[in-house]
Design a protein around this ligand. Structure first.
Ligand SMILES: C[S@@+](CC[C@H](N)C(=O)[O-])C[C@H]1O[C@@H](n2cnc3c(N)ncnc32)[C@H](O)[C@@H]1O
Length: 211
């Protein structure tokens, strides 16, 4: 089992100001949360066009996106290693199944026994290096129904060149300890999966992966 207490503490401290900082970064259209609200709205709109009901949110944080879906009757399961983030989420979506778990260790046993229609990972998978990201996604595909979709919203660009542009633009605040996805590379990871990418800002976008 990996122990990540330093990282967990970082997120526990961030929980209090997280929503405000996201809003500010989005308003300024700046890394890391440029286009955050547009992205949440797009994910909600996408899910509303399906008949699906069971949603897993990996790295659910303060539950902003999950709340939009919970209020419309979706069943929400959320994973996060920060108890403080989960405390906030619990107040927003009290009947959701919230699991305190470090996804660097894969998915918890209680999740691996279930099936989900949609799996969301919103601004969280960049904490894993590519090989761990790929194994987490493989586990996620195992618990996804046929034709279900994994939705990853994050700091993602289509090409390496675009990522380098974003990094240079925001070099003063760029976090080199995070591992951002590049669509051109990621689409080679899974051959049986239908993938598409929607760009929402110079540094962010949504990756859809349908089984
Ligand atoms: C930037 S926040 C994103 C939160 C939320 N999904 C959103 O869109 O606002 C990243 C979240 O992932 C969680 N997280 C990061 N690494 C994690 C890990 N290895 N296991 C579980 N949760 C993790 C953090 O605690 C935090 O709540």
């Amino acid at each position: 089992m990996k122990e990540n207490s330093f990282e967990i503490e970082k997120f526990n401290s961030w929980a209090k100001n997280y929503n405000r900082q996201v809003r500010e970064s989005d308003k300024e259209n700046k890394y890391p949360f440029a286009a955050y609200e547009k992205i949440q709205n797009r994910i909600e709109e996408y899910i509303l066009t399906t008949n699906y009901k069971n949603i897993l949110d990996i790295g659910i944080g303060t539950g902003t996106l999950a709340k939009l879906l919970y209020d419309k009757g979706y069943n929400i399961t959320g994973i996060d290693f920060s108890k403080e983030m989960l405390k906030k989420t619990k107040t927003l979506i009290p009947n959701a199944n919230l699991i305190n778990w470090d996804f660097a260790n894969g998915l918890p046993d209680e999740i691996n026994k279930k099936k989900f229609d949609i799996i969301i990972c919103n601004y969280a998978i960049h904490h894993l290096e590519d090989s761990s990201k790929k194994s987490l996604l493989e586990e996620a595909f195992n618990i996804l129904i046929e034709k279900g979709t994994i939705i990853i919203a994050d700091i993602i660009t289509e090409t390496k060149k675009e990522m380098e542009f974003a990094r240079t633009k925001d070099i003063d605040i760029w976090d080199d300890d995070e591992y951002y996805l590049i669509y051109d590379n990621t689409k080679k990871w899974f051959t049986n999966v239908e993938m598409s990418f929607e760009k929402y800002s110079y540094c962010s976008g949504i990756l859809f992966m349908t089984k």
